[in-house]
Design a protein. Structure first.
Length: 302
């Protein structure tokens, strides 16, 4: 979780941005009254910590004030260049998505002329405004966590029954603040499941990839095997916690073979195929899962 330290605009291009404390951010436009709003780079973001490090080594501390690097929002708590294009951040009602990392420094940049260095090319990122609202210095600023879902079911894949668990899970995750970036329905086939797990984890890179179905004793249940193959590190505590919790609700939980692993920065978690069980498992997981995601992404210490 981060904090907005300054809200800056410049009313004319070529002039230094000034901290105005609060401002309306307009959807698909930028900060109201900012001369650079409406461009492809609608909102510029810069790390407060990066500015502080520059300030200490610059020899011109008094000149390093909010807006001097051309940033709209000065944010504490995030190393923005470490996040890929497409990462989303939320503050109040405002939703931003990173579109560009870094930029070419203008030859006339005041700070680069004095110090020979400007941090915006390496530390600044630019975002588009997906949803507008009013922001204030001191507001919380948080990355939106992403999720993907794979449903494994021969019958649902063949159209013989409706996939109830996948859509239910997507609704629960969205209500909890997750951005569900992909849902997939596959047959109960180990190789297909393995390929889909790897594809989504490596290409879409969600924070968490949930599966539903294929975790029991049936000859066609292969999701745990596919998951363990896809994992680079085991994370057994999650699956163990689900079984322990579910055992309080039904002794049949002991028949679950669900697995949980890590691949890249994605946490992969097998859930049961029953919509009721999916709801119960997410009730257990979601209050804790954010902490694990933030540790995995290096946002907090473990």
């Amino acid at each position: 979780m981060g904090t907005i330290k300054a809200v800056c605009i410049s009313k004319e291009k070529g002039t230094r941005k000034e901290d105005i404390g609060s401002c309306r951010i307009v959807e698909n436009h930028g900060l109201e009254g900012d001369a650079h709003a409406g461009s492809d780079r609608q909102v510029s973001l810069l790390s407060f910590e990066a500015v502080q490090r520059f300030r200490e080594r610059s020899g011109v501390k008094d000149l390093i004030t909010p807006g001097v690097f051309g940033e709209n929002l000065l944010i504490a708590g995030y190393d923005f260049p470490s996040y890929p294009i497409g990462t989303r951040f939320r503050t109040g009602d405002v939703l931003l998505e990173i579109m560009q990392i870094g930029k070419t420094c203008h030859a006339g940049c005041e700070i680069s002329q004095i110090t020979g260095e400007c941090i915006m090319p390496s530390q600044g990122v630019f975002a588009k405004v997906l949803k507008g609202g009013i922001v204030h210095a001191g507001d919380a600023f948080a990355r939106v966590h992403t999720a993907a879902i794979i449903t494994s079911s021969d019958r649902a894949y063949a159209g013989e029954r409706e996939d109830a668990a996948g859509p239910l899970m997507a609704g629960i995750l969205k209500s909890a603040g997750y951005d569900v970036i992909e849902t997939s329905l596959i047959p109960d086939d180990e190789e297909r499941a393995y390929e889909e797990l790897v594809r989504i984890a490596d290409e879409r890179k969600p924070d968490v990839l949930f599966t539903t179905g294929g975790t029991g004793f049936s000859p066609r249940d292969h999701m745990p095997e596919a998951t363990l193959r896809a994992g680079e590190k085991n994370a057994p505590g999650i699956a163990e916690a689900i079984r322990a919790y579910s055992m309080k609700l039904t002794p049949r939980a002991m028949l679950s073979r669900a697995a949980s692993v890590l691949r890249g920065k994605t946490i992969i978690i097998n859930l049961p195929g029953s919509p009721k069980a999916v709801q119960e498992c997410l009730d257990l997981l979601l209050p804790v899962l954010t902490h694990g995601i933030e540790i995995r992404n290096g946002e907090i210490d473990g």
